[in-house]
Design a protein around this ligand. Structure first.
Ligand SMILES: NC(=O)c1ccc[n+]([C@@H]2O[C@H](COP(=O)([O-])OP(=O)(O)OC[C@H]3O[C@@H](n4cnc5c(N)ncnc54)[C@H](OP(=O)(O)O)[C@@H]3O)[C@@H](O)[C@H]2O)c1
Length: 302
């Protein structure tokens, strides 16, 4: 989802010479293959949008690949970049790097000040290691290696598998299927009270290109909208966009995750970047794309 959005944005802005590989063409867990690729292609800039990504369920059930594969991929890319003298490296992390009970909104300086949310600590620890590797390279070698921490993302080409997806695409699929089956009730996880922030993936792509085209003075920046809503409000917004008329049932036996996760995005705003797609518009665009791709939307299996 993210890599594709960055590619579209770069192409729209006239960038050429993009080196793009699928995981089957270049498995980033394979150190030798990554070093050979860098040796041959000598990239000038690297944007790392590769990761094993998933929602609460996948993170909780598959701790080892979420920890190890993410570290393998990013370590190989970051180290090969340093060794091959890559001028600029943009590492993408996630808001889950911040402590579970950190004050809100989450400032970059809260990193490593308290314990993580246990359901996704494996993924978070891998991402923190990536942030620290880029910071260390910046500190020791003075290179322009920067980490962007996006809030929850959504948009076209998202993963709509009900076992591994994030909350927003899962809701789109559930409401759509319930509507198609005569407005059946939709059961959603948790109490509906946690608060979350969502950013349309094309806005993140714009932030990545902003980071590419400017030298950012610090090593770590949050990227989000700075606005959040309850999961219940999110469900109602999606229900209305989809046109589902049935009941919403909240299964409070399922975990809620972190009570609130709102990013402080004042650093990116001060540099001149701001999102442009509001949530309702982004959900409508995503649902329109979902309807156009009913036969082929992505379902990531673990
Ligand atoms: N989605 C979100 O809500 C969210 C929020 C915050 C941050 N992020 C960050 O954004 C980045 C991208 O996430 P996404 O949502 O775009 O995930 P995604 O749609 O699942 O894409 C993951 C990408 O990683 C590649 N990949 C996975 N394993 C690989 C391997 N072994 N070797 C090479 N490539 C591999 C996949 O390539 P193939 O398709 O070719 O297999 C795919 O292009 C991640 O760093 C994630 O932490 C995402």
């Amino acid at each position: 989802m993210v890599g594709g959005a960055i590619k579209r944005t770069l192409e729209q802005k006239g960038y050429v010479n993009l080196l793009l590989k699928t995981s089957s063409e270049l498995d980033l867990r394979n150190q030798q293959a990554v070093y050979a690729f860098f040796e041959q292609e000598k990239p000038d800039v690297v944007i790392d949008a590769a990761a094993r990504v998933g929602g609460i369920l996948a993170n909780n059930d598959y701790p080892y690949p979420f920890l190890m594969e993410n570290m393998q991929m990013q370590n190989n890319l970051i180290d090969a970049s340093l060794k091959r003298d890559v001028r600029k490296f943009i590492f993408l992390g996630s808001s889950c790097i911040y402590p579970k009970h950190a004050p809100q909104p989450l400032k970059e300086e809260y990193l490593l000040t308290d314990g993580l949310e246990p359901t996704n600590e494996w993924y978070a620890i891998a991402k923190i290691a990536g942030v620290k590797a880029c910071e260390a390279i910046r500190k020791q070698f003075g290179k322009d290696y920067v980490s962007l921490m996006p809030t929850n993302l959504y948009g076209t080409h998202d993963n709509f598998d009900l076992h591994t997806s994030h909350v927003l695409p899962a809701m789109i699929r559930k409401f759509h299927e319930a509507k198609e089956n005569g407005d059946l009730p939709v059961t959603l996880w948790g109490s509906g009270t946690p608060m979350r922030e969502f950013l349309f993936v094309d806005d993140l792509a714009q932030a990545v290109v902003f980071a590419l085209e400017n030298t950012l003075p610090e090593h770590l920046y949050n990227v989000g909208t700075g606005e959040d809503l309850t999961i219940k409000e999110l469900a109602e917004t999606i229900q209305s966009a989809v046109g589902h008329k049935g009941e919403i049932v909240w299964d409070s036996n399922k975990p809620d995750g972190t009570p609130r996760k709102l990013m402080d995005i004042s650093k990116m705003h001060a540099l001149g970047w701001k999102h442009s797609v509001e949530l309702k518009e982004g959900i409508e665009k995503t649902y329109a794309w979902f309807l156009d791709n009913l036969q082929s939307y992505k379902e990531v299996k673990l």
